[in-house]
Design a protein around this ligand. Structure first.
Ligand code: FNR
Length: 190
């Protein structure tokens, strides 16, 4: 069994984040070949290219965390029809310094939960555009726009709606297949 290391970003910094609950559910439902670990970003200062000559330790850790993974999963809310500023800040840090873009050739997938009925669809399109520029091969399908209703996922990440649980399990299975396919043609650099 080939195992793949997946780093995941939770786009929300809120302590009761529904996207954190969704991420916990995805960790539970992932096939055993995927080893998931969160990549934190809340302590990053706001990015400026003034830092490029000498990245602070917290930003170096971010880039090292991404480098150590086979693939990246983004679990994000939609804020004002885009992704939260904190997540965009983390992506900007990871994409630089110029020529050292951490997302280049790194497979990724996006998913998100919203209390609104379109389930982060607009934010995901915005994120996909960012990831395209960052040269990350993205899983195109299945798309996953999760309309989060109270109690859909418990505090410990159990999904209470069987059809949603099945959908999320299949989403992670497809991500596993996608990662293996991308790594076959774009093996990770040692
Ligand atoms: C929101 N929310 C929201 N929902 C949505 O579907 N589309 C949107 O554009 C927005 N915009 C937005 C902006 C800001 C600043 C906040 C705080 C919220 C509602 C959002 O879906 C809801 O707060 C979720 O709980 C956010 O996910 P987390 O942070 O709980 O994971």
């Amino acid at each position: 069994m080939t195992r793949h290391k997946v780093g995941y970003f939770v786009g929300s910094l809120a302590k009761d984040s529904i996207n954190r609950k969704l991420a916990q559910a995805l960790v539970r439902l992932a096939p055993p070949e995927l080893e998931l670990e969160e990549i934190p970003f809340k302590d990053l200062p706001l990015y400026s290219y003034d830092y490029d000559a000498d990245y602070p330790p917290v930003a170096r850790s971010l880039k090292e965390a991404i480098a150590s993974k086979d693939a990246i999963l983004f679990v994000t809310p939609e804020y004002n029809r885009s992704i939260p500023g904190g997540l965009k800040n983390a992506i900007d840090w990871a994409s630089r310094p110029w020529g050292q873009n951490s997302f280049a050739r790194k497979p990724s997938a996006v998913i998100g939960a919203s209390i609104g009925s379109i389930g982060t669809a607009v934010a995901q399109q915005s994120l996909r555009s960012v990831l395209s520029f960052c040269n990350s091969p993205q899983m195109n399908a299945p798309e996953a726009y999760i309309h989060f209703t109270p109690g859909l996922v418990t505090e410990t990440g159990e999904v209470t709606e069987p059809s949603t649980e099945e959908f999320l399990r299949n989403y992670m299975m497809e991500f596993k297949i996608f990662i293996a396919r991308v790594l076959q043609v774009l093996p990770r650099e040692a």
